[in-house]
Design a protein around this ligand. Structure first.
Ligand code: ATP
Ligand code: MG
Length: 178
């Protein structure tokens, strides 16, 4: 399974100017105070994957430009770029730039239509189902069919907390003995 390596944001929502977020590991956690822009990072991911404005918590696409929510956009455009590392270690760059209501999509720097862009995303197994939830193809049904234990195991595997279970149990047993 590939993974998201890096996110580059420019003038998107609360993120003024250029920001690089990452490089990411396979499992990541974003923390920050209320209103610091955590959900806007998830919105940026949805945005670069072609989500509509309504799913990104704004009425119009142009409202996504930094400052536009108070009628003072700092620029004419906003851009989000992701670097994705596929199964074979190859890096693919997807980007979306908005200028007003117009969106420009690029794959590895080459401008493409939204249909082609979506197709290119599906090639790496990504389909955007709902806001802030990027679901890998075929996984939806199998996750829904799992029982509570199986689902817990899945999260333990993803978070790699399973690898710490032995150490945790040993230390807990020692503490209980003391
Ligand atoms: P919480 O912990 O409450 O969920 P959060 O870290 O998820 O907070 P976000 O929802 O990502 O916070 O960010 C909210 C902030 O983004 C608000 O202060 C809002 O004013 C700001 N914001 C939204 N759109 C824009 C925009 N176009 N330009 C500048 N700031 C914006
Ligand atoms: Mg939030």
């Amino acid at each position: 399974m590939g993974y998201l390596k890096q996110l580059d944001i420019e003038n998107f929502k609360s993120w003024r100017g250029k920001h690089t977020i990452g490089p990411f590991k396979r499992f990541n956690c974003i923390i920050g105070t209320n209103g610091s822009g955590k959900s806007n990072i998830m919105d940026a991911l949805g945005f670069v994957m072609g989500e509509r404005a309504s799913s990104l918590r704004v009425r119009h696409t142009r409202d996504l430009i930094h400052g536009a929510h108070i009628g003072k956009p700092v620029a004419n455009t906003a851009t989000v770029k992701i670097r994705f590392c596929n199964d074979t270690g190859e890096e693919i760059i997807y980007s979306r730039t908005i200028s007003g209501e117009f969106s420009e999509y690029r794959v590895n720097g080459k401008q493409v239509t939204l249909a082609k862009y979506t197709e290119e995303l599906q090639k790496i197994g990504i389909i955007v189902k709902t806001r802030n939830c990027l679901v890998f193809q075929g996984a939806v049904e199998s996750i829904a069919m799992m029982n509570a234990k199986e689902r817990t195991k899945m999260f333990e595997r993803i978070s790699r907390s399973m690898e710490l279970a032995y150490e945790y149990d040993t230390k807990l047993a020692a503490l209980q003995k003391a």
